[in-house]
Write a protein of this length. Sequence first.
Length: 471
Amino acid sequence: MSRPLVAALMLVAASYTDAVAQTRALVGATVIDGTGAPAIDQGVIVVDGTRLMCVGTATECPVPPGAERTDLTGRFVTPGMVDAHVHFSQTGWLDGRPDGLAAPDLYPYRETALALRARPERWFRSYLCTGITAVYDVGGHPWTTALPARAERDVAAPHVRAAGPLVTHAAVPALNVDDEIYTFLPMATSDDVRASVRRLVAMGASAVKVWYLAPPPARRQALDARLMEVGAAARDAKLDLIVHATSLREAKLALRAGAKLLVHSVQDTLVDEEFLALLAANDAIYAPTLVVAGNWSRAIASVILNAPYPIDDPNGCVDSNTVAKVAATEALRAHLPERLRSSEVAYQRLERSGAARWVMAENLRRVHGAGRTVAAATDAGNPLTLHGPSIHQELEAMQAAGLSTSDIIVMATRNGALAMGRLDDFGTLEAGKLADLLVLTEDPRADVRAFRSLTYVMRAGRLHAQRDLAY
Ligand SMILES: [Zn+2]
C-alpha cells in the first residue's frame, strides 16, 4: 500500500474513533450532582465531547444512538473535587519551606524551587489521581501564573487558577531567592502597594493574595491602611482579593478591604456576629484548612523523634521522590537547629496544633451554621499536606467537626469552583458544563471516606481509570 493511502486510512480511522468516543453515556450510577439536590438513582449522564449533554434519569436523558455506553450500576458519581488552596511551588515536605526548617546542604532551596518549576505535571498527576479536577494556587512563585493556561488545555491536569506571589509586610528572606524565584511582594508604603499589584497584573496573576499576619502594635495602624489600599488596587485591577488572616481582628479588616476569599481559619478566638455579617456583605467564601497546622507539627516532630510519619495515600497518588524524602528523617535530623532537638519540643508542638484545631472546627460550624459559603481546601504543598491525598484528611476532619456529608460534598465540588470563579464551567454535574466527574464504589453520602474508593476520573470528557493515574 502506498504511504499516502496508509496515511489517509489512518486519518479516517482516527476521526472515526474520535467520533465514536465523542458521545458517551454513563448509565446506572447514583448521581450526586454537587448542587445539594437529592441524588438521582439509576442516573444517566450523557457526555458529548468535553461537555455534559444531559444529567438525569433514564427518561430525562435517553442514550443517543451510537453513544459509547459505560455501565456503572452500583457505583456513585460526583463532580470532580476542587481543592481551593494549594501551592505548586511547595513540595509537600520541609525542603519546600526553608523558613520552617532549613537544611541548605541537604536541600538547597533554589534547586528545589527550580525542580518544581521544571515539573509541575508531577502534581497535576497527584491531583487527578486523587479525583481533584481543579485547584486554586493561592500563592506561589511567578511561574505559577502560567499554569492556568497550560493546565486548561491538558486533560491530564486539573484546572488551575493562580494568585502568584503574596503581597505581605512579613516577607521571609529565605523564600525570596532572586528575580525569578520569589514568594513575596512588599506593601510597606502606598507606592509598594501600587507597584506590587502592577507586577501581579503584568505576570498574569488571577488574584491578589495578601499574607496578613497580625502586625506588631506599633505598625498596626500603618499596615491596616496598606491592606485597605491593596484591596482598592485589586478592585481597580479587577482581581479578586484573597487574604490569609488567621486572627479575628485581621480577618475582619480583610473583609472590610474587600476580600472575596478568606483562606485558613480564624484560629485565635471564636468568630462573632460582626465577622459573620462582614462575610455576608462581601458574599465571601471561607476556606478553612483544618489539617495543615497539625501536619506541620507532625513533620517537624517526625524529624526530631526520627520516626518517619506514615503517609496516608490510599490510591498511590504520591510520587516516589516525595515518599523517599518524607522517610529520610535521619538525614534531616542532623540539620536540626538547637531549639528543635528535644523531644519535649516535638510533643509541645503536637499539643498546640491539637488545641487550635478545636477552635477552627468550632468556627467552621459557626460560619456554616450561619449560612455562609465554605469551600474545602487543604494548603497542599506544606509539609505532610501532600498534593492530592491531603483532601481526604481535610474532608474527614470536616466530617469529624460535625458537618453533614451532603454539605461537605457541595463544599468539595461546587463551592471550590465558585471560589475559583469557574462555576459556569465545572463544580456541579449540569448540562453544558465540562464533564469533570468521579466514579466511586462507595457512597459518599454515608461517609466522605468514600472519596477514597475512586475508580474513574473524568476530566473534560476524557475517562481515566484511577489505577492508570497512580504512581
Ligand atoms: Zn497556603
